[in-house]
Write a new protein. Structure first.
Length: 271
């Protein structure tokens, strides 16, 4: 391992944590492309660099979600019946997602992530919230919705807010509680996804050292240490900085990261 990368992982973790606290977004959308760059620089096998980036991003959410849930719960913003209703489906979906990702080649997975990042940037620029037009379904319906959220979140290494918050807002859950409840849903998403990526990666015999399945442990520990430390600073700064303008600036960063993933897909096509 190139130990000079540890400071880079710490900086990445700090950036991700600060953005998550400041804007409520920024985890997988920024982490996966940047980790892909680092892993490519380290000459890790090209057929695994995106899979490792997504898996490592997913694993970090297990740690960061805990502190996020505690903060939202202290403000009474977590609707636990929704969490319990969605969790069974989320766990199933987030276990299946990594197996699906494992079957995809690096070019295809990079293109999938590029599409996800581009769509997220467009949503952020438009800043449109769905009009509340229905009520939440019963436990079976919530579990079915959760399975889809878990699947797509684990597939791209995200915490699920990009899907769960709009859905809950559409179902007449206030934005404040939708965000808090989404933070709680990030934990089962990350748990199922992490287990899934470990299981999928253990079937590969030529992964780099210091990996657990597809998860690159040095990056995981460094990112978690820095992001947990700086997320509260981002949350406090949100009350003083022009967050709406920053969200637009961040959207353009996402367009650049999306372009990189599309280029990565093109550059690795045929491996």
């Amino acid at each position: 391992m190139d130990w000079t990368l540890v400071p880079a992982f710490l900086v990445l973790g700090g950036l991700v944590g600060f953005l998550a606290g400041l804007l409520g977004v920024g985890g997988g959308m920024t982490m996966v492309p940047l980790l892909t760059m680092f892993f490519t620089h380290e000459r890790f096998p090209l057929e695994y660099v995106v899979h490792m980036a997504v898996a490592t991003s997913t694993a970090t959410i297990m740690f960061t979600a805990v502190s996020s849930v505690r903060a939202h719960q202290s403000h009474g913003a977590v609707v636990w019946p929704i969490v319990w209703g969605m969790t069974p489906g989320i766990v199933i979906g987030s276990l299946v997602g990594p197996q699906f990702a494992n079957a995809l080649s690096t070019p295809v997975l990079a293109a999938v992530f590029g599409c996800f990042t581009w769509a997220s940037a467009m949503q952020m620029l438009r800043d449109r919230k769905p009009a509340p037009s229905r009520v939440l379904p019963g436990p079976l319906g919530l579990s079915a919705v959760g399975s889809g959220i878990g699947f797509f979140s684990a597939l791209v290494g995200a915490g699920g807010a990009f899907l769960s918050v709009p859905y809950m807002t559409w179902c007449n859950v206030t934005t404040h509680k939708a965000v808090g409840t989404s933070a709680a849903l990030g934990l089962p998403i990350a748990l199922g996804g992490t287990i899934g990526y470990i299981a999928a990666g253990l079937r590969q015999s030529d992964l780099p050292p210091l990996t657990l399945g597809y998860i690159y442990l040095p990056a995981l520990f460094a990112i978690v240490a820095a992001s947990v430390f700086l997320a509260p600073l981002g949350a406090r700064t949100a009350h003083r900085w022009p967050v709406k303008k920053l969200r637009k600036a961040f959207a353009f960063l996402l367009f650049w990261l999306s372009a990189y993933m599309f280029w990565k897909s093109y550059a690795t096509w045929g491996i």
